[in-house]
Design a protein around this ligand. Structure first.
Ligand code: THU
Length: 160
């Protein structure tokens, strides 16, 4: 057997180092925290999606007493955007999370199911989505969703 190594690259910096449109998107994600419904986890997440036509759609996590029925902020925002504009590519996504009275110090990273959904949108429109992960002390910027999901299952995988 041959050992293979998969590398992921991303940029790390601070909020102040982001360009203006990324700062704006992060701020939109942060604003969503107030609309999150997270009575079970107390972990409030906001996400904002920017389309190529300049529209921004934002969403927050929506929990449920039957836990798996809830949905993460990223999927709420992304499905909302795709449902409103099924023919417009997504340019960027920002995520922020808040718990115990404050935003996280380190960037919040999307769960596996969200990565899968984000990848579908990236692939569907053949347009890289910049992912901006906010933390108070550190911010990560990832050039495309594919970086977040090596060895992924996708459309082509269905052909065997
Ligand atoms: N959550 C998100 O909304 N996005 C993430 O990236 C991580 C997790 C939500 C799901 C659940 O409502 C709560 O955070 C705790 O897992």
């Amino acid at each position: 057997m041959q050992k293979k190594i998969v590398e992921t690259s991303f940029s790390m910096g601070t909020f102040d180092e982001l360009n203006e449109s990324s700062k704006n998107l992060v701020n939109k994600a942060k604003e969503q925290i107030e609309k999150a419904y997270a009575p079970y986890s107390g972990f409030y997440v906001g996400a904002a999606v920017e389309l190529e036509n300049g529209e921004i759609f934002a969403g927050s996590n929506q929990e449920n007493s039957a836990y798996p029925s809830g949905l993460c902020a990223e999927r709420v925002a992304m499905f909302y955007a795709n449902a409103q504009y099924p023919n417009v590519p997504v340019k960027a996504l920002a995520i922020a999370a808040f718990t115990n009275g404050d935003f996280l110090n380190d960037p919040v990273t999307p769960c596996g199911s969200c990565r899968q959904v984000l990848l579908e949108t990236e692939t569907r429109f053949e347009k890289d989505i910049t992912v901006i992960l906010y933390g108070k002390q550190k911010v990560y910027v990832i050039d495309k969703v594919r970086e977040l999901l090596p060895l992924c299952f996708e459309k082509g995988s269905l052909n065997g």
